[in-house]
Design a protein around this ligand. Structure first.
Ligand code: SAH
Ligand code: SF4
Ligand code: F3S
Length: 474
C-alpha cells in the first residue's frame, strides 16, 4: 500500500505544499472535534533572522487552518523559535517550557514545538529527550522549510518527533510567509556565517554561508512592494560577504544598487555588516542613494586590538577608527550604532579603556552592550582567564555609562529638525500616539491616529529624551 509519504512530490517547494494540504485536512477534522478553529501561538527569541523565520512558520500555520493568537495558554499549538547566542536566551526557553507543562495537562490537545538555533546543539536535544518528554516536535535552523512535512509527521506519530540537520547547502524559495507588519519586511539575502568569531556560537548553529540568487531577492522585494511594503531590511550575519558563493558576479554594494531601482520601495536597511570587509564602494553606494537609510550598525565588540585578535575579528582599534571616520566624513548625517561585549576571557581594565576610547571617538548613536557569555564548543569557552562576575559588572557599567553619555549628545544634535518618519505602531503607553522611526533608526513618539501607520510623513523633533524623541506632525 502506498503511504501518503510515497505519494509526496520529491521537488521543493511542491512537496511542502502537498503536506500543507494534508495538514489542512487534519486541522479541519480537529476543528470539528474541538468545536472551534484550532489556534496557534508563535514566540520568537533572538535576532531579526529568527523574527523572519517566525513569519515563515506563521505562513504555514495560517495556511493549514490555524488562527494566530497572542495568548499562549489558549493556544492549541505553541512553538518557540529559540536563540542560543547568550545563555540567558536559553534559560528563558527552559523557564517557559516548564510553565507550559501544566498548561498542557489542562489542555491535552495542546501541541508544543521547538525550533531555531538552540535546537542545533546536541546538549539541548539530550536535555529535551531526558526532561521535556511532553514536547511534540523539535527541528532546527536548516530544515525549517520542511515545517509542513514535520507538522504532519507530529500529527501522525505518537511521542516526540525530532529532525535536526548538521548543515545544508539548500535554499528553498517560494514558501508561504505571513508578515507581522504590512508595510515593512525582513528579507534574507544570505544564511549562515563563516567568520567564527571565537566567542560566537552562530556559525555552529546556522551553518556555512550561502547567498540567495539576486534575481530571487529582487523578485521577492518586488512582490512585497506590490503588497504594500515600503521598507525592507536585508538580513545576513555578514552582509558584506553577500555573493561570494554565487555563480553570478555580484557584491553586496551591487545588490543594493539593484534594490534601489525597485519602484515604489522607499527605505532600505540592512544588518549586519562586518567591519573587516566593509568596502568603500558600499559607503559610496550609500552616499548617493535616496533609499538606503542613514544608519550603519557596525559591531565593534571591543576597542582593544589584543582582545580583537583573540576574538578573531580581523581588524584593529586603529583600522576600525579609520573606517568610522571615513564613514562620518563621507556621510555626516549617518548614525553609527554598535555591539559591544564586556568580559571576554583575559579582558583587563586597560582593554576596557580602549573600548571606552572607541565609543568616545566614534560617538555612537546607540549601542547594545552585552556581558560575555560562555558558549560551549566555541574557542573562547576553552580560554584561560575567564573574568569573574564582579569584575565584569564594574567594567560593564563603565561602558554603559559612556555609551549613554555619547548617545545622548549625538541625539540632541538634530533636535528641532524636521525629518521624515515611518509610522510603525500605536504607542505602548498612550494609544493617542504613534511610534515611528527616522531614517537614522532613532525612535519618535508623535500624536497621530492609527490611519497613519505605514506612512512616511514629516515630523518636527521637538524634544530629545536621551534614547528617543518626542515629535509633532508638520
Ligand atoms: N553577525 C553579527 C551579530 C551576531 S550576534 C555580527 O557579527 O555583528 C549579535 C551580537 O551578539 C554580536 O554582535 C555580539 O556582540 C553578541 N554576542 C555574540 N556572541 C556572544 C557571547 N558569547 N556573549 C555575549 N555576547 C555575544
Ligand atoms: Fe558571530 Fe562573528 Fe558570525 Fe557575527 S560574524 S555571527 S559575531 S561569528
Ligand atoms: Fe540567536 Fe540564532 Fe539569531 S543564536 S542571535 S537567533 S542567529
Amino acid at each position: 500500500m502506498l503511504t501518503i509519504r510515497d505519494k509526496a512530490p520529491v521537488t521543493e517547494p511542491e512537496r511542502q505544499y502537498y503536506f500543507m494540504d494534508l495538514c489542512k485536512e487534519h486541522i479541519s477534522r480537529l476543528a470539528e472535534e474541538l468545536g472551534h478553529q484550532p489556534t496557534c501561538c508563535v514566540t520568537t527569541f533572538g535576532c531579526q533572522m529568527n523574527a523572519r523565520d517566525s513569519e515563515k512558520l506563521v505562513g504555514v500555520l495560517e495556511r493549514v487552518g490555524y488562527q494566530l493568537i497572542e495568548e499562549e495558554e489558549k493556544a492549541d499549538f505553541v512553538i518557540y523559535n529559540t536563540c542560543t547566542v547568550r545563555d540567558n536566551a536559553n534559560q528563558r526557553v527552559y523557564g517557559r517550557l516548564g510553565a507550559l507543562k501544566n498548561k498542557k495537562k489542562k489542555n491535552p490537545h495542546m501541541k508544543i514545538a521547538l525550533c531555531g538555533c538552540m535546537m542545533q546543539e546536541d546538549v539541548v536535544i539530550e536535555k529535551m529527550k531526558q526532561s521535556y518528554r511532553y514536547v511534540d516536535l523539535i527541528f532546527g535552523t536548516h530544515n525549517i522549510y520542511k515545517f509542513a512535512e514535520l507538522l504532519m509527521a507530529s500529527f501522525e506519530e505518537e511521542g516526540m518527533v525530532i529532525d535536526i540537520w548538521k548543515d545544508t547547502d539548500k535554499i528553498v524559495e517560494d514558501l508561504p510567509v505571513e508578515r507581522k507588519y504590512s508595510f515593512k519586511s525582513g528579507i534574507n539575502i544570505m544564511f549562515g556565517c563563516n567568520n567564527f568569531c571565537s566567542y560566537c556560537i552562530v556559525p555552529y548553529v546556522r551553518g556555512r554561508e550561502r547567498s540567495r540568487a539576486s534575481a530571487d531577492i529582487i523578485r521577492e522585494i518586488e512582490a512585497l512592494v506590490k503588497d504594500g511594503v515600503v521598507e525592507v531590511m536585508l538580513l545576513g550575519q555578514n552582509v558584506n560577504s553577500y555573493g561570494k558563493n554565487l555563480e553570478e558576479n555580484i557584491t553586496f554594494a551591487g545588490l543594493l544598487e539593484k534594490i534601489e531601482a525597485i519602484e515604489g520601495l522607499e527605505r532600505i536597511r540592512f544588518m549586519t555588516p562586518h567591519p573587516k570587509d566593509l568596502s568603500k564602494e558600499l559607503i559610496q553606494v550609500m552616499k548617493k542613494s535616496k533609499k538606503i537609510c542613514r544608519h550603519l550598525h557596525l559591531p565593534v565588540q571591543s576597542g582593544s586590538t589584543a582582545i580583537l585578535e583573540k576574538m578573531n575579528r580581523h581588524y584593529t582599534k586603529e583600522s576600525y577608527l579609520e573606517l568610522a571616520s571615513y564613514i562620518r566624513n563621507e556621510i555626516p548625517d549617518i548614525s553609527i550604532t554598535t555591539d559591544i561585549i564586556v568580559g571576554f576571557p583575559g579582558e583587563t581594565k586597560e582593554d576596557v579603556d580602549h573600548t571606552i576610547d572607541v565609543i568616545k571617538a566614534v560617538e555612537y548613536d546607540s549601542a547594545f552592550t552585552f556581558i560575555y557569555s560562555k558558549r560551549t564548543g566555541t574557542p573562547a569557552a576553552a580560554m584561560e582567564n575567564q573574568v569573574s562576575e564582579e569584575e565584569v559588572k564594574e567594567q560593564f557599567n563603565r561602558v554603559l555609562e559612556t555609551v549613554q553619555q555619547v548617545a545622548a549628545k549625538r541625539m540632541s544634535l538634530i533636535t528641532g529638525q524636521v525629518q521624515p518618519v515611518l509610522f510603525e505602531e500605536i504607542n505602548n503607553h498612550d494609544a493617542s500616539m504613534l511610534t515611528g522611526k527616522l531614517s537614522n533608526n532613532a525612535t519618535v513618539h508623535v500624536k497621530a491616529d492609527s490611519s497613519m501607520i505605514g506612512k512616511i510623513l514629516p515630523v518636527k523633533l521637538t524634544e530629545c529624551k536621551g534614547f528617543y524623541y518626542m515629535g509633532e506632525l508638520v
